[in-house]
Each structure stands twice: as structure tokens, then as C-alpha cells.
Design a binder for this molecule. Structure first.
Ligand SMILES: *Cc1c(COP(=O)(O)O)cnc(C)c1O
Length: 724
């Protein structure tokens, strides 16, 4: 590994006394250690906002005078020394959960593959929940001290930014990212040349550069084909996420799966566990089998060894998330590989063949399931759904015996918890609460937080959200030349004291963003009661190729724009992790209305719960496990429907009734004088007590480690585990 390295650039030309800011900027540790962000913000708060909380861009632009000034600021220098000491301690820690629990396994790396990573808004290489989950997983792996390395893409254009026209139509703006402004570092060889990995595509070899993102202690390597020497079209292969063009899509997945394995080899990794986060990376199995066949194994032996080192997590029952490639496409991309594996065409296609209504396919989830020692869904209900869905692959097994388990998703505490709440927990929870986040006993102490203090922080977070939204609306008004009604629709009339409901996520039809407005007349009556105002904030993008999704945005936006709602319905453009943070911390109620059982897990409601925001959701995914009758509200019943129209009607009726008869009255049941809603705050504490530990990423990564990674690592017959 010595030959390849990243150099922490010294291009910032910082004063020597604060030189190590450059190192901090290039380690995403600052994304969850909120204090570290103040190291930059303090120097120039205005520039910090202008660079969208991006320390690399910030340091490149920071005025020399401001940088010099802080080197004479006693407070700042003490703060700097303290934070750098904390950083060094974090990076060198030997007392992590993994090293303490499994010291013998510290050199058994886990390789984690995903098409998207949501780490921070400055690095827009994620589209939604899958990416945020991957990002949170890497951060937690770092916190817990797992030997962990991740692989993904550095998309040259990132995910699009969203603009909504006056008529509610989503416009996608795509710009090239400037990598030198991002916290990513190119890997270079001894001659300081960019390190590339080669992958065969039909009639040519494509090179991909390797970039490193330092996520605390865990490296994330990102591939990018925008390399000199590649054809113009190949340079665009990794421009964007999730193309609907089949050639582009399969090429990306080959680069991720095959190129990812080769990149790790090049960097000297010999992973014991290969975790495919969703089926997009399943071609990694073919590459691993090829390596073993080249080393003299038969295909069967190679496939069995490969399988024993693999883990597969399936994330959705929705077809768009489960890639199926037609066989003509497989012929085009893989005919060179069959002989190398010692197979003929028919045998090769059989590895992951599937017959669908539209024809024969090579199925990525089938490949992943067949080639994994352990597979899992992402909630209890999703585990059942996945077993049912894939039972046809195991004809001798009953549905309940299909070998797909579940690990319910969680969220990374440091990333999603508001700073003020963290301080409150520091005061009222045992000292080690953050290290021992998943321990439910410790969270019993949430009940001891004084009502007044908890409510004060909740009110503060809502004010912060409203102020932020008004500021964005003002900016639109001044700079974007939008119509006045768009300024209202983006939140100028929001009331920081009104009951505020948030609905933000990708706009896919199964998430039914329109459900809450399906009986608009009834909703207008509910939100416009003079003494009990209610406001709803919507946000979310639709994949640019998802026409029904974009129509849904338009339907919601047109209702938001109507004068009758008095500015109490709002649509916030360009949903990303920054807006997500404001919303999951600032609203009172988090609404989620998926058409069960399509949600699989969902994680935004977990972020809300961690911040004391009450969930009001369909009993699907994680909420079906989290809801206990006292920590939020359920929409609909714990049951399945045959008729989606009947399901929509029943869910809408339940939603309106609960909102009208329970949620609004409870929120406005406020103590005379200080207006504290005592029963509401009681529910907030119950929400924290029961949900914060259980749906944390700490619980999730420990569970993956103990139930999935360790059995694979300790499968001592497996040659991959033997050479520790
Ligand atoms: C958490 C998050 C999601 C996932 O939200 P769900 O409601 O679980 O689908 C999507 N996008 C962003 C930006 C997020 O932060």
C-alpha cells in the first residue's frame, strides 16, 4: 500500500499556527463533530454560509486577513488546540467497540459497496435514503472502529439541483462539480500521476481514477471515468446517478463491481467480507470468481468460496430498485468473460437468469442472493416481503425458510442530532451516552429532562427552521426573479408558533405525497382554524426520468400555491441533507404515507424521532416496529390490502381523523401562562426513550457486525478468512 497515497494538499497556504485546519477539512469527521465546523465558521461566518458549509472551498477562499486575525485570538487558539486534540484522539483510538470486542479481527477488512453515499450536502453523490444510509454506515463503522473500507462513485455532475417553476414543474439543473473544491483527494502513484484502474467494456478498456474521501478512520474510495485517454462518451460514464439508459447503467455497474474489486486489490486490500449494499454492485462476484478461476480453481469451487465471503442487503421491493438486464445486453458486455470463467453462454446466464413478463433477464438481485452467504432486508416487515418475493429461487423451501433475514435500518447520531439537543443530553443522560448510544437503559434518563428545558430547545429549533426558510424565500425573491406566489409557497408566511408538520423525501408515487392533500377542503378547514393553525412543509426531488413522480410534485405544488391555504402549505425546493437536517430537527410532526409494504424501512422518521419530533406514519418499515401507542401516531392499521384504491381511501380517512381528533388538540392543550403543552412534551420524552437507541446506526452496525460480518469472518473453512 506504500506506493499509493493521497497527499493532504498544502495549497491553502494557511498560517502555520492553524495549519492543521487543512487536515480537518479533508476528513469528514467535521460533518458529525459539529464543534469542528465552528473552527471554520468562526473565521468568517458569512463565507461559511456562502460556501455551503464546505471547509475545503472555505479555506481556498478565506481572506488572509481573517486567517491571520484568528492566530492572535486567544479564545480561537484554545478552541483550535482542543478540537485538534480531540481529532487526534479519535483517529488513534484503541478503545473502540470493535477493537475492544474483537481485537483478533482488526486486520480483517470489510469492503462495503454502494452506488451512492450521502455524507454531507457539499458532496452531492447521493439521491436519497439509500445514499444517506450508506454514508451513515461508514461514519458509524469509523466510530465503532471496524476495519472498514467503502467503494462508490465520484459523479462528475453529482445529483441535480431542483428548481420548481411557477406551474409546479420540476426543472433539473446539472453542473460539473469542481473536485478541487470538494473534500476528496486523488490517489497518486510514485510519479505523482493519478492512479487508475482498468475495466473492459465492449471493444475497449476504460480507465477510472480513484479518489479518497476520509470518513473519520474509514476510507471511502470513489471511482470516476472522466480521465484523459478515455473516449468522450466513456468520460461521461460516471457523470450522473441512475441513468435509465441500459448501456450506461450496466457500464456503471461493471465499473463499480469489477473496477471496485480491482481498485481494492491495487490498494493492497484483501477483504474478508464483501458487503453489497443493494444489488447494483453484484458484478463484484463475477470478478472475484474470475480471480479464483485464473488462480486454478474450478468455477464451482470459485463460486462457493466467493459466496462465503459475501453479504447482500436488499433495500426495496419496488422494481426500479432491482436491476434486470436483458440477455442481449449481457451478450454485449460479458461474452469475453464466459471462457475466462470456464463457462459457456448458457451456464453463464444461468447464474442469475430470471424469466419476467417481458422476457429473459440477468437479474442483479438474483446474482447477489445466489452469491451471498447472508442476505437481509431492512426491517422486519421488509424481511417478510423479501422472503415472499424471492421464494421462487428456493423451490424446496417455504416462504418462512427463505434465507433472507432482516436488520432494521438506523441513523448516525452525530450527523442528525441538533447541537442544542446534544447539549441537553450531555446534561441529563449519563456521560457515556453517545458512545453507548444503543443502550436502551441509558435512555430511561430521557424521562428526567425537565419539560421546560426540552420544550425550550424544541421551540428554538422550530424558530431556526422558520428563519432559515424565510431567508431562502427572500433570496429567491431578490436573486431568482420568481413570481410573488412562489415566494409565499416557499415559506414567507410561516408562523414559528403554529403546529408544523414536515413531509420530505423522494417523490416516488408509492410514497403518496398527495395523500395528505387528497381531501383538500377538509385539510383547509383543519389548517385554517384561527386559534389552532397548522402548517405543512413539503420538500423532495423526483428522479428526472420519473414522469409520474414529477406530476406528483406538480399536483402538490399547485395546491400549495392556492391562496385559500393562507401560506400554511409550503414547498421547499432542492431537498438535500442540509434541508433534511433543518426539517427533521425543526418541525413538530413527521409525516410519512407510503403505500405499505413498499417503504422497506425509511430513515427520515428516525432522524425526526432522535430530535424529539413525533412520527405520524403508516405502519410500514421501521415505524411498524417503533410505534408503541405512546410515542407518536399510526396511520391506518397493521394489515395488508388487495386493492390499492381501497387502501388509499382507508389511510386518508385515518390520517384526517387522527390529525383532527388527536394531534391538533394535543398540541394546543397548552398550560396557561407559559403555553407549555405538557402531554405533548410527555410524548416527546417517550419518543426519545423508546426510539433514539433502537433506531440508531450504532445499534444497526453492531447488529450487522455480530449477525452478518462475524459469521463470515469466522467461517474458518473459507480461504478468505484463513489468511488473517
Ligand atoms: C434521510 C433522507 C432520505 C430518506 O428519507 P425517507 O423518508 O426515509 O425516504 C432522503 N433524502 C435525504 C436528503 C435524507 O436526508
Amino acid at each position: 500500500m506504500e506506493a499509493f497515497r493521497t497527499k493532504t494538499p498544502n495549497h491553502f497556504n494557511l498560517p502555520e499556527r492553524i495549519e492543521r485546519l487543512g487536515e480537518v477539512a479533508y476528513n469528514l469527521w467535521w460533518t458529525w463533530e459539529k464543534e469542528a465546523q465552528r473552527l471554520f465558521e468562526y473565521i468568517d461566518p458569512h463565507l461559511w454560509e456562502e460556501t455551503y458549509h464546505n471547509p475545503v472551498k472555505f479555506l481556498r477562499q478565506a481572506p488572509r486577513a481573517r486567517l491571520n486575525a484568528v492566530t492572535f485570538d486567544k479564545w480561537y487558539l484554545e478552541f483550535y488546540d482542543r478540537l485538534l486534540e480531540q481529532f487526534d484522539r479519535y483517529m488513534a483510538a484503541e478503545d473502540t467497540w470493535f477493537l475492544q470486542s474483537y481485537p483478533d479481527l482488526r486486520y480483517n477488512p470489510i469492503a462495503y459497496f454502494s452506488t451512492e453515499f450521502g455524507l454531507h450536502e457539499t458532496l452531492p453523490i447521493y439521491a436519497g435514503g439509500l445514499g444517506v444510509l450508506s454514508g451513515d454506515h461508514v461514519k458509524e463503522a469509523s466510530d465503532l472502529g471496524l476495519p472498514f473500507v467503502a467503494i462508490g462513485f465520484l459523479y462528475t455532475q453529482g445529483y441535480f439541483s431542483q428548481h420548481i417553476t411557477e406551474d409546479g414543474w420540476q426543472e433539473a439543473h446539472q453542473v460539473n462539480l469542481k473536485f478541487s473544491d470538494l473534500p476528496v483527494l486523488p490517489l497518486i502513484d510514485e510519479d505523482e500521476k493519478p492512479l487508475t484502474v482498468a475495466v473492459e467494456l465492449p471493444g475497449r478498456v476504460v480507465q477510472a481514477r480513484i479518489w479518497e474521501v476520509r470518513v473519520g478512520r474509514a476510507p471511502l474510495y470513489l471511482l470516476d471515468t472522466n480521465v484523459e485517454g478515455n473516449s468522450d462518451s466513456d468520460r461521461m460514464l460516471t457523470a450522473r446517478l441512475y441513468s435509465s439508459d441500459l448501456d450506461l447503467r450496466i457500464s456503471q455497474e461493471i465499473i463499480l463491481g469489477v473496477g471496485g474489486v480491482r481498485a481494492l486489490r491495487m490498494l493492497g486490500y484483501n477483504p474478508n467480507v464483501w458487503h453489497m449494499n443493494e444489488g447494483h454492485s453484484a458484478f463484484l462476484s463475477l470478478e472475484r470468481i474470475r480471480e479464483k478461476v485464473a488462480g486454478g480453481r474450478s468455477f464451482e469451487e470459485a463460486a462457493e468460496e466467493t459466496r462465503r465471503g459475501n453479504i447482500f442487503t436488499t433495500h426495496t421491493p419496488v422494481p426500479a430498485g432491482n436491476d434486470e438486464f436483458p440477455l442481449w445486453l449481457m451478450d454485449k458486455y460479458f461474452s469475453h468473460l464466459w471462457p475466462e470463467l470456464g463457462l459457456n453462454r448458457e451456464q453463464f446466464m444461468e447464474i442469475a437468469g430470471r424469466t419476467l413478463s417481458w422476457g429473459e433477464t440477468f437479474s442483479m438481485p438474483v446474482l447477489a442472493l445466489r452469491m451471498s452467504a447472508i442476505s437481509n432486508g431492512v426491517s422486519e416487515l421488509h424481511g417478510q416481503v423479501a422472503r415472499d418475493m424471492w421464494q421462487f429461487l428456493y423451490p424446496t423451501k417455504k416462504v418462512a425458510e427463505v434465507p433472507i433475514t432482516h436488520v432494521t435500518n438506523g441513523i448516525h447520531t452525530g450527523t442528525w442530532l441538533a447541537r442544542r439537543l446534544r447539549e441537553l443530553f450531555n446534561t441529563y443522560l449519563p456521560e457515556n451516552w453517545l458512545q453507548d448510544m444503543a443502550n436502551p437503559e441509558l435512555w430511561e434518563n430521557a424521562l428526567n429532562i425537565p419539560d421546560e428545558e426540552l420544550w425550550e430547545v424544541r421551540k428554538h429549533l422550530k424558530r431556526k427552521l422558520v428563519a432559515y426558510m424565510r431567508e431562502r424565500a427572500r433570496h429567491q425573491w431578490r436573486h431568482d426573479g420568481v413570481h410573488p406566489v412562489q415566494v409565499v409557497a416557499s415559506g414567507t408566511l410561516l408562523d414559528p408558533y403554529a403546529l408544523t408538520i414536515g413531509f420530505a423525501r423522494r417523490f416516488s408515487t408509492y410514497k403518496r405525497a398527495g395523500l395528505v392533500l387528497s381531501d383538500l377542503e377538509r385539510m383547509l378547514k383543519l389548517i385554517n382554524q384561527p386559534n389552532r393553525p397548522v402548517q405543512i412543509i413539503f420538500a423532495g426531488k423526483s428522479h428526472p426520468a420519473d414522469e409520474p413522480g414529477k406530476l406528483l410534485i406538480q399536483e402538490v405544488y399547485r395546491k400549495v400555491k392556492q391562496a385559500e391555504n393562507g401560506g400554511r402549505l409550503v414547498f421547499l425546493e432542492d431537498y438535500d441533507m442540509n434541508i433534511a437536517r433543518y426539517l427533521v430537527q425543526g418541525v413538530d410532526v413527521w409525516l410519512n404515507t407510503p403505500r405499505r409494504p413498499n417503504e422497506a424501512s425509511g430513515t427520515s422518521g428516525q432522524k425526526a424521532a432522535l430530535n424529539g419530533v413525533l412520527n405520524f406514519s403508516i405502519l410500514d418499515g421501521w415505524w411498524r416496529e417503533g410505534y408503541n401507542g405512546q410515542n407518536g401516531w399510526a396511520i391506518g392499521e397493521d394489515r395488508a390490502y388487495d386493492d390499492p384504491a381501497e387502501q388509499d381511501r382507508a389511510d386518508a380517512e385515518s390520517l384526517y381523523n387522527t390529525l383532527e381528533n388527536e394531534i391538533i388538540p394535543l398540541y394546543y392543550d397548552q398550560r396557561p401562562g407559559d403555553k407549555l403543552p405538557v402531554k405533548w412534551v410527555g410524548m416527546v420524552k417517550e419518543c426519545l426513550r423508546t426510539l433514539a437507541p433502537r433506531f440508531s446506526m450504532t445499534r444497526m452496525v453492531k447488529e450487522y457486525t455480530q449477525r452478518l460480518y462475524l459469521p463470515v469472518m469466522q467461517d474458518t473453512d473459507s480461504p478468505v478468512a484463513a489468511g488473517k
